[in-house]
Ligand binder design. Structure first.
Ligand SMILES: [Zn+2]
Length: 375
């Protein structure tokens, strides 16, 4: 037990409402808790910095794919030519025909297509940073630290790469700290999931019991949500509530990626989550990718979770059919959710540079995984 813990116990002893107070936070309190700090130049935690990088895309092509309720564009940046192959049916009809190639003959393509869906949760800017660095690498061969990344760029040049740097710019715009690094789980809950009108923290997973998150009982709208209170991870995919998830799914439907990731962040170590409601073979393929990725992280002295177990859905609290599941069912891609550490002081502690390396190593593992299948 450290001095801090002892101090905390003493504090709780003198403040009878401390436990209760810990569950609440006002906007003013949340703002004063943001540490004064200089963020590294390679960090991208706001839309202004993203815009300047989008403006400098030359080798790739950038375009807006939708406009959010807050009036902000969601961008897609693509690298490598699109190979045209026959397209006779939508994906689930092609599966019904027992002929996946009727949707898109992916094996006829020379290059793998890899789709990076940037954070649909605005405070999870670790992947916004990672993806803007990936764009810089594909443009110049160097990341935003100036570090040579020739080998990653060469892998990228052998693929068609699709990048949505952020899937929820409204949420990013609301995220004043620009990183949760060095902050706490309570700060994560304030900025991520937000508060009710009485300043109590919504918390996870209870934050999902009201959707859209709109109405008189909402306090600070967490960065999970766009300005209309929609969490794109849990949009209603058959009758969409917001513009972001449908735009992301449209890219997947038109491009037919081989592999797609929805990039997120959490308190713990880097983790590839088991994709739910996808065939066992797809789960197994993503598990193999997890093993390859974790081996690379080991080599680079970076932390990681252990690989998930392939299993069928079920149990008392089955998984939700979320954006990751929908991405598979619209295009047949290997699809998964990735969780990166925020670098919280009461979570998995990693330095800013390590966060970037965790991101870039994931991208490398994904490109290698698909390129190996083309051999
Ligand atoms: Zn998330």
């Amino acid at each position: 037990m450290g001095t801090f813990s002892v101090a905390l116990i003493l504090l709780i002893g003198v403040l009878p409402n401390a436990a209760q107070a810990a569950e609440g936070m006002t906007y003013a309190q949340a703002q004063t808790r943001i540490p004064k700090r200089d963020l590294p130049d390679f960090w991208v935690g706001d839309l202004g910095k993203l815009a300047s990088h989008l403006a400098s895309v030359k080798r790739g092509a950038a375009k807006a794919i939708c406009v959010t309720p807050g009036g902000r564009p969601v961008h897609l940046v693509s690298y490598g030519d699109k190979e045209t192959v026959a397209h006779l049916a939508n994906y689930n009809s092609a599966i019904g025909a027992r002929e996946p190639s009727a949707y898109m003959d992916k094996t006829a393509r020379k290059k793998p297509v890899v789709f990076f869906v940037g954070p649909v949760h605005g405070h999870e800017v670790e992947a916004l940073t990672g993806l803007v660095n990936l764009m810089q690498i594909l443009e110049t061969g160097r990341d935003l630290r100036g570090k040579d990344q020739t080998s990653l760029r060469q892998l990228g040049d052998r693929c068609r790469i699709l990048i949505i740097p952020t899937g929820n710019p409204d949420g990013v715009a609301r995220f004043e700290p620009r990183t949760l690094w060095g902050m706490t789980g309570q700060d994560l809950r304030f900025w991520g999931q937000g508060t009710w009108k009485d300043d109590t923290l919504c918390g996870w997973p209870q934050v999902k019991r009201q959707h859209p998150m709109a109405g008189d009982n909402v306090g600070f709208l967490g960065c999970y949500f766009d300005d209309a209170g929609v969490n794109p991870m849990h949009d209603e995919f058959f009758a969409p509530m917001g513009p972001e998830a449908p735009a992301i799914l449209k890219v997947a439907r038109e491009e037919g990626p081989d592999l797609v990731v929805s990039l997120h962040s959490h308190e713990s170590t880097p983790a590839l989550l088991r994709p739910a409601y996808v065939p066992a073979e797809v789960q197994q393929d993503i598990r193999s990718l997890a093993e390859e990725y974790y081996a690379l992280l080991d080599k680079r002295n970076l932390p990681h979770d252990s690989p998930f177990e392939v299993r069928a859905e079920g149990g008392k609290s089955p998984e939700s059919f979320n954006l990751t599941s929908a991405l598979h069912h619209i295009c047949g891609a290997g699809s998964f959710t990735f969780e990166c550490p925020h670098g919280l002081r009461d979570g998995c502690q990693v330095a800013f540079e390590q966060i970037l390396d965790i991101q870039l190593t994931l991208y490398e593992a994904m490109l290698r995984h698909e390129l190996d299948k083309k051999k």
